[in-house]
Each structure stands twice: as C-alpha cells, then as structure tokens.
Design a binder for this molecule. Structure first.
Ligand code: F6R
Length: 243
C-alpha cells in the first residue's frame, strides 16, 4: 500500500484524473472501475474537461461501476447509473453501451448478482479501480461483516452508511436499505487500485484501513494485501496517523 499525501482534496482528484488520462492514452481500450458518492465528482469533472480539450479519448474504453441501490431505476436522480451519466458519461466521448452499472431494478438478487458477475468475468479485471471509503470502512458497498465477500452481492446498508448518504435524498426514509455491490474479491483482482480519501471525518477509519489489522470488520483493510494500491489523501484525512 502506497500513501500519497496531497495538499488538498482537489489536488488528490487531479492526481487521479491524470493517472486515468495517462492510462487511457497508453492503452486506449482500458477498463476502468468507477465509484460514485461525493468523492469522485471532481475527478469526473477533470476527465470531462480533458476529454473536451482533446487530451484523452474514451471511445474505446469500457467502464464497470462498483454498485447500485436496489430498487432504483437508472432514470432516478439518486441512482448510480443516473449519477454516472450526468457526472461523466454524458460529458465524454464514451460508447454508452460500454458502460456498466449493476441493474438496481432486478428484484431477484441472485439473478442481479449473477448477471453482473458474468459481465465482470467477460470484461476481466479493471486496469484502474477508483475507490472512495465509507465512514465504517466499506469499499464499494461491502459493509463490515464476518467475512470478505468474493463476488457481487446484495447487501444491507449499515445505519452509518444510510446516515452518510441521506444528504443526497429528500429524507432519510428515501435512502434505499439495500444495494448490489461488486465483491471484495473482484475489487482485489483489479490491476491497480486508487483510493481517494479526504477530510477529518475519515481520518480515524483511514488509520484503521492503513495501519489496523486486516479484518472484514474494516473491509477496506484488505487493501493492505493488494500489490498495487495507492491511497491518495489530504492532510486532514491522514491527521490521525504519522506518515
Ligand atoms: C460508491 C461507493 C462507496 C463510496 C463511499 C464514500 O460507489 O462504492 O463506497 O465510495 O461510501 O462515499 P463519499 O465519497 O460520498 O464519502
């Protein structure tokens, strides 16, 4: 695990956007693993600007997203498909048929997970996977548990996650209670993982992820075992530890 300390969240996002641009320029048909939530928004803004300035071409890129809320169609403003369309896919020259998000409207969880697994097997491991970090240590929506889930799973969101994500909804009761998420095993098979963490409110959990024991109770701690994982964090996020 390599830790990159930046002066600001914006600098962290610029570092990650630059790494993605360089990957796609070197490998035009790169596979990108993407995240949603607040953290990656400036990364996507920067990638859209780079694309519009002719610095990077996404026409042959494939993307796979980490997760989707159960029950939300892609037209719902809080679905992760809608998020990806508005923050990135509609702003770059990607072929929309090559962008994948789990199907939140499939009520049969087994079917939904199996379909996403088949797709992930077909596409193969992402060249770069972007991750944010939940306040409870989740990556994707792999919540604290007694085991690490290998492949796509239907999870119950924890109270901490529901509280953190209610800011995007009209009210807390509108936050879906379940999500489909890529498994920890799939995330660990990605070639390179970039975790962006910002702010003092993530400092305690980031310390556990980097320096604590590897345990499914802190799902992000498994990243200590990844051969090419970078944590890109501002000083506030690293304030609980000496780096
Ligand atoms: C989003 C995801 C989550 C978020 C995490 C942090 O696709 O998988 O793990 O990365 O909840 O969310 P923010 O960035 O909103 O703090």
């Amino acid at each position: 695990m390599k830790v990159i300390v930046t002066n600001s969240y914006d600098e962290s996002c610029a570092v990650v956007a630059g790494m993605i641009r360089d990957l796609v320029n070197a490998k035009p048909n790169a596979k990108l693993g993407l995240a949603t939530g607040g953290t990656p928004v400036p990364i996507y803004q920067k990638l859209a600007q780079m694309n519009q300035a002719g610095e990077v071409d996404f026409s042959q890129v494939h993307t796979v997203n980490l997760d989707e809320y159960c029950g939300l169609p892609g037209t719902h403003e809080q679905s992760y498909r809608y998020f990806m369309n508005t923050h990135l896919f509609h702003k770059i020259n990607i072929n929309h048929a090559n962008t994948y998000v789990p199907n939140g409207t499939e009520p049969d969880a087994e079917k939904a997970c199996q379909a996403y697994n088949e797709l992930l097997h077909k596409i193969g491991p992402a060249d770069i996977q972007i991750l944010g970090l939940g306040h409870d240590g989740h990556i994707g929506f792999n919540e604290p548990s007694d085991h690490f889930e290998n492949e796509t799973d239907c999870v119950d969101l924890t109270e901490t996650t529901i509280q953190a994500n209610k800011r995007f909804f009209d009210s807390e009761k509108d936050v879906p209670k379940q999500a489909y998420t890529m498994g920890i095993g799939t995330i660990m098979r990605c070639r390179k993982i970039l975790v962006v963490v910002s702010g003092k409110d993530k400092a305690e959990i980031l310390k556990q992820v980097i320096q604590g024991p590897v345990t499914p109770e802190v799902p992000g701690s498994i990243l200590q075992f990844h051969p090419d994982c970078m944590i890109i964090a501002d000083e506030a996020a690293l304030s609980e530890m000496a780096v």
